[in-house]
Design a protein around this ligand. Structure first.
Ligand code: SAH
Length: 344
């Protein structure tokens, strides 16, 4: 299959254009069409001659996201896209508007292998990894459609980013490239369910992005009930990796904790969590669990959330309840794709 030209780093693109015998400036020209003007076809590269465009078409592809469904929240303007990929697969992205700008939550895989019991993305299993170019296309397509500049990225859509490590790292290089979108690594968050060896690898790259860790439980018994990854790498191993990440990068860890009624939301759970996290540079993000049609999990009450936060705070751990955006459009990732698959 032809190579996706949007997935090439600047250096790779320069080597390719050199091997085609083009002058040096061609690589800069093409890179700018791809990553500044974010074109979706070679014919839009109007300062290239027709023969050059034809040659590029023969040798490369552009793996674009096409908008299959777009939902806009009447409450807060959050936009959710269901994108169709070149092979007919679907992924979701969500654009959220904040005071400081626009943030996008993107998918990194089609489906997911991790099998977390509360997660809609796990239903239907894993299909394939996404390429760096496809991840970029989620952003570029939304940006073009909404006519906004997206300046924050969260890798929290469908998929486990650390299970598609090389493509994700390449994507990060491209989206932060100053010759392209030039998004600051400080404005990127990557969320993982806890693929421990890859957390070490990421830490060693010292990229300066924020690591979010989906913890969701204060101990191994509860965590293993809903997160199969915990049987491979348990909480102690995971927290050791998080400490290493902080020591190596100076960045605090953001722990995600979906509050599930009667499973992980008791006072005892809060105390145990506080003890586990004591001394770490971290923040806890409480998420009222989203009910997924195929699952029976229920949200904790608002009182429970408050009580949980108070217990953590008393032990010196800061925690906040994550603001729910786009609740009228089912904005949490995975649900639109799951309903598309069900409808056939
Ligand atoms: N695989 C990565 C990123 C994708 S999931 C990870 O596990 O972190 C993004 C976040 O949404 C994770 O914190 C995940 O645990 C959480 N999540 C999944 N299903 C959820 C649900 N039904 N309610 C609340 N949070 C959920």
């Amino acid at each position: 299959m032809n190579c996706d030209i949007r997935s090439l780093s600047y250096e790779e693109l320069a080597a390719e254009t050199e091997s085609l015998g083009y002058p040096r400036f061609r690589a800069a020209q093409i890179f700018s069409w791809l990553h500044n003007k974010t074109v979706i076809s070679f014919d839009e590269m109007t300062d290239l001659s027709k023969p050059v465009r034809e040659q590029l078409k023969e040798k490369y592809t552009l793996q674009n996201c096409e908008t299959e469904t777009k939902l806009v929240s009447k409450i807060d303007g959050t936009v959710k896209y269901l994108f169709k990929l070149h092979d007919g697969e679907f992924v979701e992205s969500v654009v959220m508007k904040y005071k400081y700008g626009c943030s996008i939550c993107i998918s990194t895989q089609v489906g997911c292998k991790m099998g977390c019991k509360f997660c809609a993305s796990a239903i239907g299993g894993f299909v394939r990894n996404m390429t760096p170019g496809e991840m970029l296309s989620e952003i570029y397509t939304a940006q073009r459609d909404l006519n906004v500049k997206i300046n924050h990225i969260v890798l929290m859509g469908t998929g486990e980013p650390l299970d598609n490590f090389d493509n994700v790292v390449k994507f990060l290089g491209l989206i932060t490239d100053e010759k392209g979108q030039n998004i600051s690594m400080r404005h990127v968050s990557l969320s993982t369910c806890g693929v421990v060896p890859k957390i070490y690898e990421l830490a060693d790259k010292k990229l300066g992005l924020t690591l979010s860790v989906s913890l969701h439980a204060p101990n191994n018994v509860i965590r293993s009930l809903s997160m199969p990854i915990n049987n491979k790498y348990d909480i102690d191993e995971l927290l050791d990796a998080c400490k290493y990440y902080t020591a190596n990068t100076g960045r605090r860890i953001s722990f995600e904790y979906a509050m599930i009624k009667d499973l992980n939301d008791s006072d005892e759970c809060a105390r145990e969590l506080a003890q586990r996290l004591s001394g770490m540079l971290c923040h806890v993000n409480l998420i009222p669990v989203n009910s997924v049609r195929e699952r029976s999990y229920k949200k904790s009450s608002v009182d429970r959330q408050k009580r949980f936060i108070d217990i953590l705070a008393a032990k010196g751990i800061t925690a906040t309840v994550r603001r729910t955006l786009g609740s009228d459009i089912n904005a949490s990732c995975g649900q639109l794709r799951a309903s598309k698959r069900n409808s056939g």
